[in-house]
Write a protein that binds this ligand. Structure first.
Ligand code: SF4
Ligand code: SF4
Length: 710
């Protein structure tokens, strides 16, 4: 046979050898193992293949193979046992909890397959576990679990999720994940689609707790359908899972029911391809009449397209096609036009966009976000770890800038504009509806001081002294500014903004000023656990900066933060920083050429648009507010000379555009590295030492490679 290898879930030739070595018997297994070992570089073995090593170890050991490589495979066998046993205890505790509240659950996937068919907890690696509850019990189960240390990995499910999705992911403080299903599989469609599967479950004893599992036939069906789709980690496990089910319960499989399930769910092609592959490559015992019937089945073009799409990595277009099929399955509507008509409403419910009018804007934001994220970072679980976030963020930034530049170029507002003197620079704003629009956000400083002291704090907080923004003054400044200026987002920064004694009033002042559509709080997280619910409710986003010194504490609180963010529908952005750019020099430079280059290359002022409002003045960067405070005696000057007074004069828009476009460095630029300072590892310092640390000449601190433009 020449199985269809177009879908990425099919094993590569090397992976197929490994599967044979782990599953076949006798010389076939040993020959396959030798072929595989010669063909692969074990040190760079893919994650999907690594999952098969426990099974490989057991099979080779049973064949009395003696080779030092078995010691390595045995290590995988042992670690799998250890991890699975930890998961096993979490599963029993969840089952007991659900049982105590009268919620019955069905154990799905690995947690059921390992004890029932592999008969050995060391053979079937699991990253998480899966439980199915009745759709009507799903939301109360989530509530119950949230009270017991679990939190949704993304957002708390609601009624719209019950209609449009099949499961949600929960995590606990130790990072264990489990998928709570209200439908067996993504293809289950309407709520009653799984009635047959639920009716045929059986009860087993699982560590002293009774739990239901799918029938042998439905286990096989689930494994085959679930396996037949692309995954970032090669989803090879469907092969051994199916073989183990067939070995253990082959005679009890109701093949005709299996075929009927596939027909009624429009999943014939998944079944046909996978069963045929198992039969022809692994000599799985499948009745001949079933092979014959499968061969005669003719899946519809739509089914073929869905199968083709599921077998490939998702992207912008495939996401929409995937959602189209999901809509077709869950809506119960037939006919292309009727489906088309209901699609926007489905998308709105799937993404929880409050109204149809907001869908277009949401889709554009999603498109921008998608393009700006690194497609290479697609992860199996979709949940980024702290360190993932760091690298993803770094690579995403470059893409975002490129995309933004393209957008601006397309609209005539070039990010790199040619100045009258023929030289290029960036552009930090556009104009829409008679108002200046920054690239993304504007900032206010809730307080100037901070409870920690980072060596290269952009806002000079360790040396800035204590100051608290007045909500009424902020409202006055922002509402006046909003007549000529509109930011998509406003970032409430500091210092540490959670040190503000009346942060709630400050946030409400921002909201009421009409300066932005979105409020983000940028915090070091050390006080985030104490943040009141009312403040969470007032925010759209919390950006959590994580430094090496705060990482251990914040990692332990992360599940709590995620839970709070999910409860209040706040986006939690995790921003780990391992290093900072050097920011300031209190010695400064008298070299006007160098100052000019630093300014022209300053991304804060010219590209990122880190525009800031402070005490009645508008500033093109936040640093210029704080720099004069760091200077002694005669060098000190009034920071307001670097800003623009916010007024309601008719020419304010013109003045603001001129201020933002100016090619003249600010006074502060003489003491600033802009975005061109050398990188150094992040560390905490004593506030009393902070000024001395920055007492070095600018020319020693500049990373000249970052000065792209003269
Ligand atoms: S956490 Fe660090 S970088 Fe942030 S304001 Fe405080 S001192 Fe500055
Ligand atoms: S002071 Fe000058 S160089 Fe520094 S961030 Fe502001 S504009 Fe850029």
């Amino acid at each position: 046979m020449n199985p269809n290898k177009n879908g990425y879930f099919w094993p590569t030739p090397e992976q197929e050898l490994l599967l044979k070595a782990a599953l076949l018997k006798g010389e076939d297994a040993i020959a396959a193992w030798r072929g595989w070992a010669a063909a692969v570089d074990f040190d760079s073995l893919d994650a999907g293949s690594q999952r098969l090593l426990p099974l490989l170890y057991r099979n080779l050991a049973e064949h009395d193979v003696r080779h030092q490589a078995l010691n390595v495979y045995k290590g995988f066998y042992r670690i799998t046992w250890y991890r699975n046993r930890l998961l096993y205890h979490r599963i029993t505790s969840v089952l007991s909890l659900l049982g105590s509240k009268g919620i019955s659950a069905v154990l799905l996937k690995g947690a059921a397959l390992a004890p029932l068919y592999y008969k050995d907890w060391a053979l079937r690696p699991m990253d998480d576990f899966d439980l199915l509850v009745q759709t009507g019990d799903a939301l109360k189960t989530v509530d119950l679990l949230c009270l017991s240390g679990w939190s949704p990995a993304f957002s708390i499910p609601d009624e719209s999720d019950l209609a449009t999705r099949h499961a949600c992911t929960l995590i606990d403080a130790s990072g264990v994940e489990f998928d709570l299903h209200w439908r067996v599989m993504a293809e289950s469609g309407r709520n009653d689609a799984d009635d047959d599967l639920r009716k045929n479950t059986r009860v087993i004893d699982f560590g002293g707790v009774s739990v239901q599992v799918l029938s042998h036939t439905d286990q096989l069906f689930h494994v085959l359908v679930h396996g037949a789709r692309w995954n970032a980690v090669a989803p090879l496990r469907w092969v051994p899972d199916s073989i183990m089910i067939l070995r253990e319960a082959g005679l009890k499989i109701d093949w005709h029911r299996l075929l009927n399930e596939a027909r009624s769910r429009c999943l014939v092609i998944s079944l046909k391809k996978t069963v045929t592959y198992l039969h022809e490559v692994f000599a799985a015992s499948v009745p001949e009449d079933i092979i014959y019937s499968l061969g005669r089945m003719r899946p519809s073009p739509a089914e073929r397209m869905e199968f083709w799409m599921n077998g490939r990595p998702r992207g912008l277009v495939r996401d929409m096609v995937y959602l189209w099929f999901k809509h077709a399955r869950t809506s119960g509507v037939t006919g292309f036009m009727r489906l088309m008509f209901g699609f926007p409403s489905f998308l709105g419910r799937f993404w929880r966009v409050p109204d149809d009018k907001g869908l277009a804007g949401f889709l554009i934001r999603r498109l921008v976000k998608r393009i700006s994220s690194d497609p290479g970072k697609v992860s199996g679980s979709g949940r980024a770890s702290l360190s993932d976030g760091y690298s993803a963020r770094a690579s995403a930034k470059g893409m975002l800038l490129r995309f933004r530049n393209k957008l601006l170029s397309a609209s005539g507002l070039t990010a790199r504009q040619v100045r009258t003197d023929g030289k290029e620079s960036w552009r930090s704003f556009s104009i829409a509806d008679g108002r200046i629009v920054p690239p993304y956000s504007c900032e206010i400083n809730a307080v100037d001081h901070c409870n920690i002291a980072c060596i290269d704090c952009n806002h000079a907080s360790p040396g800035a002294g204590k100051a608290i923004a007045s909500p009424s003054a902020v409202f006055k400044d922002l509402s006046l500014l909003s007549r000529h200026y509109k930011a998509y987002a406003l970032k409430v920064v500091g210092g540490e903004p959670l040190l503000h004694p009346d942060l709630l009033s400050l946030l409400r002042a921002v909201r009421e000023s009409n300066i932005c559509e979105y409020i983000s709080l940028v915090t070091n997280g050390t006080l985030l656990r104490q943040m009141a619910d009312e403040i969470w409710a007032e925010l759209d986003e919390v950006e959590l900066s994580i430094y090496p010194a705060t990482r251990p504490m914040l990692e332990s609180y992360l599940p709590y933060f995620q839970k709070s963010a999910a409860r209040h529908r706040v986006k939690l952005v995790i921003s780990p920083y391992e290093e900072f750019r050097i920011t300031f020099s209190t010695i400064g430079t008298a070299d006007a050429g160098l100052t000019g280059r630093i300014y022209r290359n300053c991304r804060l002022a010219n590209l990122w648009g880190c525009q800031s409002v402070h005490q009645g003045y508008f500033f093109k960067c936040p640093k210029c507010i704080y720099i004069p405070r760091m200077l002694d005696g005669p060098r000190r000057y009034d920071y307001r000379e670097d800003g623009l007074k916010i007024t309601d004069s008719p020419d304010f828009l013109h003045k603001l555009a001129e201020y933002l476009s100016s090619q003249e460095p600010l006074s502060a630029c003489r003491y600033c590295l802009g975005s061109s300072g050398k990188n150094r590892p992040h560390r905490q310092v004593k506030a009393s030492e902070w000024a001395d640390i920055h007492a070095r000449p600018v020319k020693e601190l500049v990373d000249y490679d970052k000065l792209m433009w003269d």
